[in-house]
Write a protein that binds this ligand. Sequence first.
Ligand SMILES: Cc1cc2nc3c(=O)[nH]c(=O)nc-3n(C[C@H](O)[C@H](O)[C@H](O)COP(=O)(O)OP(=O)(O)OC[C@H]3O[C@@H](n4cnc5c(N)ncnc54)[C@H](O)[C@@H]3O)c2cc1C
Length: 376
Amino acid sequence: MYDAIVVGAGPIGSYTAYQLAELGFEVVLIEEDEEVGKDVICTGVIGTEAFERFNLPQRAIISEIKSIVFFSPSLLTINYTPSDTLAYVVDRDIFDKEILQAAQRKGVDVYLGEQVRRINTYKDFVEVESWNGNSLETLRAKLVILATGVNYRLQRSLGLGIPPSFLKGAQTEVEVKNLRQTEIYVGRQISPGSFAWAMPLGNGWARIGVLAESKGVSHLEEFLKMRFAGRIKQENPRIVQKRIACGAVKRSVKDRILAVGEAAGQVKTTTGGGIFYGLLCSEIAVHVLQKAFSKGDLSQRGLFQYERLWRSKLGKELKMGQWARKVLRKLTDKQIDKIFRFVREKAFIKKLLEKKVKFDYHASLISSGLKLLRPK
Ligand SMILES: Cc1cc2nc3c(=O)[nH]c(=O)nc-3n(C[C@H](O)[C@H](O)[C@H](O)COP(=O)(O)OP(=O)(O)OC[C@H]3O[C@@H](n4cnc5c(N)ncnc54)[C@H](O)[C@@H]3O)c2cc1C
């Protein structure tokens, strides 16, 4: 019998399996796709802290984000150029494959092309039923880790619940003229309560996308017409879309079950980025699991410290992001322009806000921004 079955070989599932195997646990990873990393819908932006803190594949990095220019609805700009590189853009194909290979090198068994359909929990073990296209297979372990991304079928059936809401992330990869730095656009016409981005990849290519509360594809089509007309080489760029969790699941642990990554809603509610928060929570999970295994207590109570620790680290961030989203949704384009004008005119305000910028944590910037910009 395995110590742990990890369901889902996205970056968070593979990294969790890797860490557990490194500690000497017997781990199996089950993934429904035949190949990991292929056609993943993601911009691939990961803050530099993640690469310093975790053992991530450097080879996956394709470009660096050194500065960002923000555009208001009437195209007023605010530039942000910190002294150090802010983040990297990765190739998810290489990123996901290399983390999986690292897990395999540590001894993790991997089954690809197997969809987990059912999980039965018993007093001393968990049983996982998966479908390989021809037959149902059954595996047993002491614990199951759900790292299924934005697919919540198993969480629902186990009573863990689903995130309170979802956003739509729509994106295209195109050849674009004159895009030298990362551009972020806000405004009601772009995406109410949200934003659009253009991320240069080098060699003239870019990922352009929109995060939207609904209709991601049509918002992106409009955005491309409005801001990139005549600059994109491809006549009919292929747009892909995927939903993104916006808020945590009700519970991330049950007896012999633990959810991590987007499977637990551990995604920035401001930007929709899920890799860094997922990795942080994976680290917390492994730390708690090591103790729970040694005590022989994999009950909900034994695993609850994971729930407590990750929520105390990220709970406020998730709530503030949802709240900021609500505030932004209510602003008119004129009001957004006014805020841009105000920040541009008052150098000290811009400096104060810049001091609060952290690539992966936004709660402090949001609360300072609201205090500084509140009408007196
Ligand atoms: C347009 C867009 C842009 C984004 N840009 C960024 C970005 O720049 N930076 C960032 O950090 N995040 C970004 N994200 C979010 C990011 O892609 C996710 O948060 C991240 O992939 C979550 O990782 P994960 O390992 O938790 O889940 P996933 O990467 O989704 O992996 C889950 C895996 O589980 C498998 N699976 C699911 N159900 C089963 C089952 N029943 N049986 C077996 N296998 C199963 C799936 O096939 C999948 O391989 C973006 C998302 C979108 C849509």
